[in-house]
Design a protein around this ligand. Structure first.
Ligand SMILES: CC[C@@H](C(=O)O)C(=O)SCCNC(=O)CCNC(=O)[C@H](O)C(C)(C)COP(=O)(O)OP(=O)(O)OC[C@H]1O[C@@H](n2cnc3c(N)ncnc32)[C@H](O)[C@@H]1OP(=O)(O)O
Length: 253
C-alpha cells in the first residue's frame, strides 16, 4: 500500500490521502515521490471539480516531515535539496486549477500544517490541536507553508503564530479564519452535506472561480517567496538547537 493514495470519485472529485497512519502520516521521502506523481495525475484530470487532501486514520492529518528522513545532520545545501521537493508540491497544490480542501481529520504539526495552508479551504474535526511548531525546533517553516499562511489569515496573526509556535484548537482557528468549517466526520464520503455545494457545481464553474481566486495572488512572487523560505529554513537547519530538538524526539523512540 502506498505512503500516499489518490482516489478519484465518480462524482468528479478526488481525495489525496497521506497514508502512514502508524507514523501519524509523517511525510517520508517515499511519500514525496508518490505525491509528485499524484499531483501530476490530478493536473491532467480535466473533469475534476475539487480536490480534498486528508490523512489516514483517526488520529492525525499529518505530523510534519518524517524526522528520520528530515533529520538534524543534514548540511545546509542537503537540507535545501531535501526540503525543496515538498515546497514545489505545496506550490502546485496552491495553484491547482480547481478548489482544494484540507480535511483535517486529526492533529497537524509543522509541515503537516504547511500542507493544509497550501489548500484553499480547511475543514477541521473539533477538539484537535494544530501547530506550526518549527519555532520550537530551532527552525522555521521549510516547505513554503509560512509564506502561504500569510495569504490565508491576517498577517499579524500569522506572524505571531509562527513566532509563538503554539498549538491551537479547531475553534480558535475557526475564529482566526484559518479553518472554514468544523466537521464531525473524520472520514470523507460523497454524501456528506458539507460537500453538497461543491458537488452541485459544474467543473467549469469550479475552474472559473479558482481562476478568479488566483488572480488575487502574484504567483511569481509566491513562488520566489516560498523558495526564499526554504533557503532560510536550510540556514537554520544546521543550528545546534535544531539538531538537539530532532535528536531528542528520535531518542524517545
Ligand atoms: C521537516 C519539515 C519541517 C517543516 O518543513 O516545517 C517540519 O515538519 S518540522 C516538524 C516535524 N514534526 C514534529 O516535530 C512532530 C513530531 N511528532 C510528535 O511530536 C508526536 O508524534 C506528536 C505529534 C506530539 C504525537 O505524539 P503521540 O501521540 O505520543 O504519538 P507518538 O509520538 O508516539 O507517534 C506515533 C508514532 O508516529 C511516529 N511519528 C510521529 N510524528 C513523526 C515525525 N514527524 N517523524 C517521524 N515519526 C513520527 C512516532 O515516532 C511513533 O512511531 P513509533 O514509535 O514507531 O510507534
Amino acid at each position: 500500500m502506498g505512503d500516499s493514495l489518490l482516489k478519484v470519485y465518480p462524482e468528479q472529485f478526488a481525495v489525496l490521502t497521506l497514508n502512514r497512519p502508524h507514523k501519524l502520516n509523517a511525510v517520508s521521502k517515499t511519500m514525496i515521490h508518490e505525491l509528485i506523481e499524484q499531483i501530476n495525475e490530478i493536473e491532467q484530470t480535466h473533469e475534476m471539480k475539487f480536490l480534498i487532501v486528508t490523512g489516514s486514520g483517526n488520529k492525525a492529518f499529518c505530523s510534519g516531515g518524517d524526522l528520520n528522513d528530515f533529520h538534524g545532520d543534514l548540511e545546509e545545501e542537503e537540507a535545501y535539496q531535501t526540503l525543496k521537493p515538498m515546497q514545489e508540491i505545496l506550490y502546485k497544490i496552491a495553484t491547482l486549477p480547481v478548489p482544494t480542501i484540507a480535511w483535517l481529520n486529526g492533529l497537524a504539526r509543522g509541515g503537516g500544517l504547511e500542507i493544509a495552508s497550501a489548500c484553499d479551504f480547511r475543514f477541521a474535526v473539533p477538539e484537535e490541536n494544530f501547530g506550526f511548531i518549527q519555532g520550537k525546533l530551532g527552525i522555521s517553516t521549510g516547505w513554503g507553508g509560512g509564506t502561504l499562511l500569510y495569504r490565508r489569515i491576517d498577517t499579524q496573526l500569522a506572524f505571531q503564530w509562527l513566532i509563538e509556535a503554539d498549538l491551537k484548537k479547531s475553534d480558535e482557528l475557526l475564529k482566526m479564519g484559518f479553518v472554514q468549517k468544523i466537521v464531525n466526520d473524520r472520514s470523507i464520503s460523497s454524501d456528506n452535506k458539507l460537500l453538497e455545494p461543491y458537488l452541485n457545481r459544474s467543473a467549469d464553474q469550479m475552474r472559473l472561480w479558482k481562476s478568479q481566486r488566483l488572480k488575487y495572488i502574484d504567483l511569481d512572487q509566491l513562488k520566489q517567496q516560498m523558495d526564499d523560505e526554504v533557503r532560510a529554513c536550510s540556514r537554520l537547519w544546521v543550528s545546534n538547537e535544531h539538531k538537539q530538538a530532532v535528536q531528542q524526539f528520535l531518542s524517545k523512540k
